[in-house]
Design a protein around this ligand. Structure first.
Ligand code: PRP
Ligand code: URA
Length: 212
């Protein structure tokens, strides 16, 4: 694992890098892209979950007493539609008690600003909430920042972001607005092109996942 700074973690695990390479390959077709995306999400969310808090406790095994621990966070998964859906599917398998709040955002391809089309959040959340925003591509950072803002307004808990690939511009944007958000990624790529795509990136994640 490489820590770019205390708030950005790049998962350099060989399996993660293998899966990411499969996703980057323009020849990878949707069914495989989706399958690799789900597996990659599991690894990334697993690494992100190192941030979670635990309570120490004792446990009785069939042959004695052991020291143990139990997860204490009230976990909320916040997939950014559409592409974040595959990440939520993977994350929920690992964290079955997690609540899921979907965030519908569409990037305006002219202005590159995120436009909200769905957000149904409660008025309040428990103070020990841990919100894990799931968005495969952190490009300009507009979508991730809008999703984070929805939860930040509720003034609770801890917010994390998990992405497959980030551009330096996206990380900068998120951290300029929300310096405490911990970001877990498979790679920080070179830059954005004139259309706001991550270079080299993996193309349009939503289109490749859903075959559109
Ligand atoms: C893509 C991607 C991110 C967003 C990243 O979504 O899935 O949500 O762009 O770009 P940004 O960091 O510049 O905001 P898109 O708007 O294409 O929607 P989709 O997932 O429905 O295809
Ligand atoms: N959205 C994507 O799906 N890919 C990019 O490279 C940028 C935004």
């Amino acid at each position: 694992m490489i820590a770019l700074n205390s708030k950005v973690q790049v998962v350099d695990h060989p399996v993660v890098q293998h899966l990411l390479t499969k996703l980057r390959d323009y020849q990878t077709q949707s069914p495989d892209f989706r399958r690799y995306s789900i597996t990659l999400s599991q690894y990334l969310v697993y690494e992100a979950s190192r941030q979670m808090t635990v309570r120490e406790l004792g446990v009785e095994t069939p042959v004695g007493q052991a020291k143990g621990s139990s997860l204490t966070d009230y976990v909320i998964l916040a997939p950014v539609l559409r592409a974040g859906l595959v990440m939520a599917e993977a994350a929920q398998k690992m964290l079955p008690a997690a609540r899921i709040y979907h965030v519908g955002l569409k990037r305006d391809e002219e202005t590159l600003e995120a436009v909200s089309y769905y957000a149904k959040l409660p008025d309040s959340l428990p103070p020990d909430s841990r919100i894990i925003v799931l968005d495969p591509m952190l490009a300009t950072g507009g979508s991730a920042a809008s999703a984070i803002e929805l939860f930040a307004k509720l003034n609770v808990g801890t917010i994390q972001l998990v992405s497959f690939v980030a551009a330096p511009e996206g990380i900068k944007r998120v951290h300029s607005q929300f310096p405490d958000v911990h970001i877990t990624v498979g790679s920080v790529d070179s830059n954005l092109n004139e259309k706001g795509y991550i270079v080299p990136g993996l193309g349009d994640a939503g289109d490749r996942i859903f075959g559109t």
